[in-house]
Design a protein around this ligand. Structure first.
Ligand code: ADP
Ligand code: MG
Length: 212
């Protein structure tokens, strides 16, 4: 049986020490299946139920290649709601290598856009947000995605149910074509297949059951 220790992965010593400090002794099943693929830089479709550790899976993968000295957006996580974006940002802040001062910013609707534009002027390495507000920032020119390495579509099935297909397509259109695209979803309906066929490059597919 393959080992589920994080130390079997090509992660930096700082990341491994941080996971240890968080009490993450072993990978969850979805992490064990998805991390080797993601850390090779490949596109991935991961299907797993709520509570299976998907956030840390894509979080570890997107944080590893971040260059702390470049203050442009290197990773973007799109979430269906503000509440989910806040949860993802919280977990990413726990996972970020503490010595590197990686800045993680949330950009969601329902609050005024001015302060968000101010925060963006200071730069952020990772942005977590909802499609509508990210689209607004791209239109205003307050956000640029030309330095993006990793795009994550979290709860992709819910985003499509909420009618975000066009917004997602428009956002992807402003990212470099050589990006890594990671799609996480609880279900795998035809709409997700269409999204991945349009915007992903040779995606590997993994599926896992919930932990409990
Ligand atoms: P999902 O997005 O799949 O619904 P979450 O990413 O929110 O699940 O993770 C659920 C919980 O599991 C979180 O509290 C998270 O901190 C915890 N967790 C994630 N990975 C591990 C791990 N390897 N070991 C222990 N706990 C973990
Ligand atoms: Mg989740």
């Amino acid at each position: 049986m393959p080992s589920s220790a994080f130390a079997t992965l090509p992660l930096s010593p700082a990341t491994l020490a941080n996971l240890d400090a968080l009490g993450y002794a072993e990978m969850t099943p979805i992490q064990a299946q998805s991390l080797p693929v993601m850390l090779k830089g490949m596109d991935l479709i991961a299907q797993a139920k709520t509570g299976s550790g998907k956030t840390a899976a894509f979080g570890i993968a997107l944080l590893e290649p971040i260059n702390p000295r470049y203050f442009g957006c290197q990773a973007l996580v799109l979430c269906p709601t503000r509440e989910l974006a806040d949860q993802v940002a919280k977990e990413l802040r726990r996972l970020a290598r503490s010595a590197d001062n990686i800045k993680i910013l949330t950009l969601c609707g329902g609050v005024s856009i001015g302060p968000q534009i101010g925060s963006l002027e200071h730069g952020a390495h990772v942005i977590v947000g909802t499609p509508g507000r990210i689209q607004e920032h791209l239109k205003k020119g307050s956000l640029k995605l030309d330095g993006l390495n990793t795009l994550v579509l979290d709860e992709a099935d819910r985003m499509l149910d909420m009618g975000f297909y066009d917004a997602i397509a428009e956002i992807i259109g402003q990212t470099p074509s050589k990006r890594q695209t990671l799609l996480f979803s609880a279900t795998y309906p035809a709409s997700i297949k269409q999204l991945s066929a349009t915007f992903m490059r040779d995606p590997q597919q993994v599926k896992a059951e919930a932990l409990h």
